[in-house]
Write a protein that binds this ligand. Structure first.
Ligand code: ACM
Ligand code: ZN
Length: 510
C-alpha cells in the first residue's frame, strides 16, 4: 500500500524538468495518480483537460474521468483559468501538488497547456511510453511551481523546401515541440529543391516534385517526391494551434526560387542562365506580372496560415540576372534605384505593403537589411558577422535570433555541440533595455539540403532542441549548465520512451 504522505519527498533535489521552471518550492510527500483520479475542470479549460487525459492514457492505461466539480473521495487534478494571474504573462502558470490534489492554474489556456507539460515531466519518465506500463506507480512529488517564459518567440524551423517530409512526421515534430514549450514552428516550405505547397491556379508548382534532383543530376540522395494539399496544411495548422504553436510559413523569394521559375518561366528574367547554376535563379522583380503571381500565392498562404508573421525569405539572392535583365534595369531607372540591393529592398517593401494591407507582418532573413529595411519588417538574424540583430533592434525593428554559429542543426554535433547550443544568449550585448525588447526570441533551424531521412532529422534536432527550449524559456540568471546535464539524463529517458533515436550520452560534454 502506498503512503502518499511518506513517499517521494522532492526535498531540495533539483527536479528533472526541461526547460527549467522559474521557481520551485519543494514539499513533503507525493500525489499518486490512479485510475480513480478525476480531472476537475472549469468550463474554459475543458479541452485542455481532455488533452491531459489523452496524454496520460497510453502509458497509465487510465481512462480518467473529467468532471466540473469534485464530489468524490479520490485524488483530483484540477484545471482552472484565472484571468487575474496577469503577473504570469500570457503563457505562465502555477502548479501545486499536495497528496490529495494537483492544482493547475493559469491566466490563459496556453499557460495551462504548459502546466500539463510540466505535470507530465513530474511523473516517472515511462509516462511517455506509447504502451501501457502496468507495474509503474505514478507518483508526483509535492511542490509548488511558478513558471513563465523568458521569450515570446520560441521556435524550431523545419525545411521542406530542400527535401520533403510527410504529414505524420510534421505532426510528431509538433508534438515534440509542445513537450518542450516551443510556440513557433517556422515552416520553410519552399526552396531550391521543391515547391511542395498546393497553390490553386498554379498546378505546375507541385508538378515537378523532384526538380531538385533533376536539376542537379543528383548522384546519391535526391529530393523525395511529395506535396502538401491545402487540406493537409489546414490539418497541420489546426493540430499545431491545439498545442499552442503558431505555424509561420515561409515562401522564399526573390532567390531560392528555382522550382517555381522552372514551372513558370514567365516570372524569370529573360536572360540566359549559366549551366549548373541552378541555385542562383531569382524572380524577375522588374516585371509587374511577378508581383501578381507572388500576391496570388501569398493570398492563399494568408488564408491557410493565421500567423501574424509571414516569412518571405529574402536570403542569398544572387541578383546576377537582374544586372543583365532589361526589365529589372528599366524598373531601377523608373524608381531611381541606385543598385541591385536597392532593387531587392524595393521588392521587399512592395511585398510588405501587400502583407500589411492584409493585416499581416513581414519577416525575412537578415539580407532584407541590405538596400534599406522595409518600414515594419522583422528580421531573422542568421549571419554571425553581420550584426544584423543589433542594427535592426537599434532601428526599432523586431528580431528573431537564428544564428548559424549555435542554432543550425543541419550541422553535426561535432560542429555545433550541445554545450555550445546551451550557451547561446539571444540578446546581443550593447543594447539598451528598450532595444533589447525587440529581440522576440530565438529558434533552431533544421535545413534539409543534405537530404536527411525523417529519423536522421529527429537525431539532429534532439537533444539539442532541449537546450534551445531552455535558452528561450528559462531565466538567463542563473544559467544552469551542470544542472542541465543532470536533468537531461532523466529527460533522455522520456525521449527514448517517445521513440527518439539519439545517443543518450549526448549530454556528457555540457
Ligand atoms: C540561410 O541559411 N540561407 C538563411
Ligand atoms: Zn528581371
Amino acid at each position: 500500500m502506498i503512503n502518499p504522505a511518506k513517499c517521494c519527498s522532492s526535498g531540495s533535489k533539483s527536479l528533472p524538468l526541461v526547460p527549467k521552471p522559474v521557481s520551485v518550492e519543494h514539499g513533503k510527500g507525493c500525489f499518486v495518480l490512479t485510475s480513480d483520479t478525476i480531472l476537475v475542470t472549469d468550463e474554459a479549460s475543458k479541452r485542455t483537460a481532455v488533452q491531459l487525459a489523452a496524454f496520460l492514457r497510453p502509458a497509465s492505461g487510465f481512462n480518467l474521468a473529467i468532471a466540473s466539480s469534485a464530489g468524490h473521495n479520490g485524488t483530483i487534478i484540477a484545471l482552472a483559468q484565472d484571468k487575474d494571474m496577469a503577473d504570469l504573462g500570457s503563457e505562465g502558470y502555477r502548479l501545486e501538488v499536495t497528496p490529495e490534489r494537483v492544482s493547475l492554474t493559469a491566466p490563459t489556456q496556453a499557460g495551462l497547456f504548459y502546466a500539463i507539460q510540466t505535470l507530465r515531466q513530474l511523473l516517472p519518465p515511462l509516462i511517455f511510453s506509447t504502451r501501457p506500463m502496468n507495474m509503474v506507480e505514478w507518483r508526483i512529488p509535492c511542490l509548488k511551481i511558478n513558471d513563465h517564459p523568458r521569450f515570446e518567440w520560441r521556435g524550431l524551423m523545419l525545411d521542406t523546401g530542400h527535401d520533403f517530409q510527410h504529414v505524420p512526421f510534421i505532426l510528431r515534430f509538433i508534438d515534440l515541440m509542445a513537450l518542450h514549450k516551443f510556440n513557433t514552428l517556422h515552416w520553410h516550405i519552399t526552396d531550391l529543391g521543391t515547391f511542395p505547397l498546393e497553390i490553386k491556379n498554379y498546378p505546375r508548382l507541385q508538378d515537378p516534385a523532384s526538380l531538385g534532383t533533376r536539376m542537379r543530376g543528383e548522384p546519391k540522395r535526391g529530393v523525395k517526391p511529395g506535396r502538401y494539399t491545402q487540406t493537409e496544411v489546414r490539418e497541420i495548422v489546426k493540430y499545431a494551434a491545439a498545442r499552442h504553436i503558431t505555424v509561420v510559413p515561409e515562401i522564399d523569394m526573390p532567390g531560392h526560387s528555382t522550382p517555381a521559375l522552372i514551372a513558370y518561366p514567365e516570372f524569370d528574367c529573360p536572360v540566359s542562365h549559366k549551366t549548373g547554376e541552378w541555385d542562383r535563379w531569382e524572380y524577375c522583380v522588374g516585371n509587374e506580372k511577378t508581383y501578381g503571381f507572388l500576391q496570388d500565392i501569398l493570398t492563399q498562404v494568408i488564408e491557410l496560415f493565421p500567423s501574424e508573421f509571414i516569412h518571405i525569405g529574402g536570403d542569398e539572392c544572387p541578383k546576377d540576372h537582374w544586372k543583365k535583365c532589361p526589365i529589372c534595369q528599366a524598373k531601377m531607372k523608373a524608381e531611381n534605384l541606385q543598385n541591385e540591393d536597392e532593387l531587392q529592398s524595393y521588392f521587399v517593401r512592395r511585398i510588405e505593403k501587400f502583407l500589411n494591407s492584409k493585416g499581416r507582418r513581414l519577416i525575412g532573413w537578415d539580407e532584407i537589411l541590405e538596400g534599406g529595411l522595409a518600414p515594419n519588417a522583422a528580421v531573422m538574424a542568421w549571419r554571425v558577422d553581420k550584426q544584423a540583430a543589433t542594427i535592426a533592434a537599434k532601428a526599432g525593428h523586431d528580431v528573431v535570433m537564428a544564428l548559424t554559429s549555435h542554432l543550425y542543426f543541419d550541422f553535426p554535433e561535432t560542429t555545433t555541440p550541445l554545450e555550445k547550443v546551451y550557451s547561446f544568449e539571444p540578446v546581443p550585448q550593447g543594447l539598451t533595455p528598450e532595444q533589447a525588447s525587440h529581440i522576440l526570441g530565438a529558434q533552431a533551424q533544421m535545413w534539409t539540403d543534405n537530404h536527411p531521412t525523417e529519423k536522421e532529422i529527429e537525431r539532429l534536432v534532439y537533444p539539442r532542441a532541449c537546450a534551445v527550449s531552455e535558452v528561450v524559456w528559462s531565466q538567463a540568471d542563473p544559467r544552469d549548465d551542470s544542472g542541465f546535464v543532470k536533468r537531461l539524463s532523466v529527460h533522455s529517458q522520456r525521449l527514448a520512451a517517445l521513440g527518439i533515436d539519439f545517443e543518450v550520452s549526448a549530454g556528457k560534454n555540457v
